[in-house]
Design a protein around this ligand. Structure first.
Ligand SMILES: Cc1ncc(COP(=O)(O)O)c(C=O)c1O
Length: 428
């Protein structure tokens, strides 16, 4: 049985890409910024920036970058969309926008991809890891609340696998304490909670366009916000902002903004525009395949437990996640091996949880113990490593994942998986 990868080149992409190639503007960004631009341009909504002439304000990128941002802002019903070369860059831009820095803690669920937490180190703050809920695998608001201190400067929630975190509870806690929330929606483009797109409910949201994700431009990321100040600061970080910071700005305008080159190219933007136009269609196939597969495996649902979807969530899965609780019948490693031998690419969860990663467990990031033991961070209580988050560790130990639910995979692939599970597990 053949399982197909996510990347699939279509006619529109080829046509537009060729136009862009021939235009010879492959990245129209310029790093220079005039005082008048700072005042009048940096805070322009993405819709207004999309209406500028092709090469008018190059600090905000070329026509395809701005068209992408304008389209996504419209599609996701948000004022600002700031693209970059990855979701990781967007996480950094988000934390810098919120002015997170030395002496600050950021709450992060350990169950995620590494950069959700390493991005906190980029701004010299430290992450504090939080447990996830046993059934939804998204951040547990109860543990989150317990871990808030007067040093907590931001909370990152992760909408794992397309499932929504419990946003009502999270926001009721964070709003009361005035702690901003970043939504890492890298794995959840187009998913909604109470009809609002994930990534647009908190203060800042981020999406990923890396090659494994629901839609892709090879690499790429998008930051979403309704806050003008966060949009300005993100746009500065993305494009060498510190190199052009103007003498007479207030300190708070440029504090904690180290300008990078996080710019998305015009070529990638062309692809991303077409991919977003197709998002709904692609997501519907993911939903259909995964529902069919879960239903076909229902017979085993005492030992093969699918991720519980949070109430009020419109869910389009990224990687299908199950807990394998059938070790008394067949251990997880053997099950995966048997499936793989039949040509079915199931895998076994994260290599390790983030809090077990040596960059945290050994507290070694920058030289001289920074940021963990640098001046202001010295007083922060930090506890990392195996055993500190037993719920997340147990879930990861039991995880089995399947990712090929995207088009052009369809019923025939799902039927093949179901029949192989039946063959392997027999009549239990
Ligand atoms: C939850 C989560 N956050 C962040 C990222 C980073 O995305 P990117 O590869 O675009 O930097 C990923 C990518 O795998 C992810 O799954």
């Amino acid at each position: 049985m053949k399982f197909y990868p996510t990347v699939n080149v279509l006619r529109n992409e080829k046509k537009e890409l060729l136009k862009c190639l021939n235009s010879k503007n492959w990245s129209s960004f310029k790093g220079s910024l005039k005082e008048s631009d700072y005042k009048n341009v940096l805070g322009l909504s993405s819709l207004s920036a999309g209406k500028l002439k092709d090469l008018e304000i190059r600090f905000l990128g070329g026509k395809y970058v701005r068209r992408l941002e304008s389209n996504v802002a419209k599609q996701f019903k948000v004022k600002y969309c700031v693209s970059s070369n990855s979701a990781t860059s967007c996480l950094h831009m988000a934390l810098a926008s919120l002015n997170v820095g030395p002496g600050d803690e950021v709450l992060v669920p350990s169950m995620s991809f590494n950069s959700t937490a390493t991005s906190v180190l980029y701004v010299n703050a430290v992450p504090k890891f939080v447990e996830v809920k046993k059934d939804t695998f998204c951040i547990d608001p109860v543990d989150m609340k317990k871990k808030i201190t007067n040093k907590t400067k931001a909370i990152i929630v992760v909408h794992l696998g397309g499932n929504s975190a419990e946003m009502d509870k999270i926001l009721s806690i964070s709003k009361k304490l005035k702690i901003p929330v970043i939504e890492d929606a890298a794995q959840a483009p187009g998913c909604r909670f109470k009809k609002k797109y994930l990534g647009t409910i908190g203060d800042i949201g981020i999406l990923s366009l890396t090659e494994t994700k629901n839609i892709t431009s090879g690499e790429g990321g998008l930051l979403l916000t309704n806050n003008e100040n966060y949009a300005r600061r993100s746009r500065l970080v993305r494009n060498h902002g510190e190199g052009v910071i103007l003498e007479n700005l207030k300190k708070t305008d440029y504090e904690n903004i180290i300008g990078m080159n996080y710019r998305l190219t015009e070529l990638q933007s062309v692809i991303a525009i077409e991919q977003f136009a197709r998002l709904k269609k692609v997501n519907m196939v993911r939903k259909k395949n995964s529902e069919y597969l879960i239903n076909g495996l229902k017979k085993f649902n005492k030992i093969l437990i699918p991720q519980k979807i949070e109430n009020n969530t419109e869910y389009y899965p990224y990687i299908l996640k199950f807990l394998w609780r059938g070790n008394h019948i067949l251990n997880k490693k053997t099950l995966i091996k048997k499936l793989n031998m039949a040509g079915i690419p199931f895998t076994g969860g994260y290599e390790r949880m983030m809090h077990e990663n040596p960059i945290f467990s050994k507290m070694i990031a920058y030289k001289n113990g920074c940021p963990y033991f640098c001046s202001k961070n010295k007083k922060i209580s930090k506890k990392y490593g195996k055993g500190t988050l037993p719920i997340s560790e147990r879930i990861n130990k039991d995880f089995i994942w399947f990712k090929f639910i995207h088009p052009p995979n369809k019923k025939i692939q799902m039927d093949y998986i179901i029949s192989n599970f039946k063959k392997i597990l027999g009549d239990i």
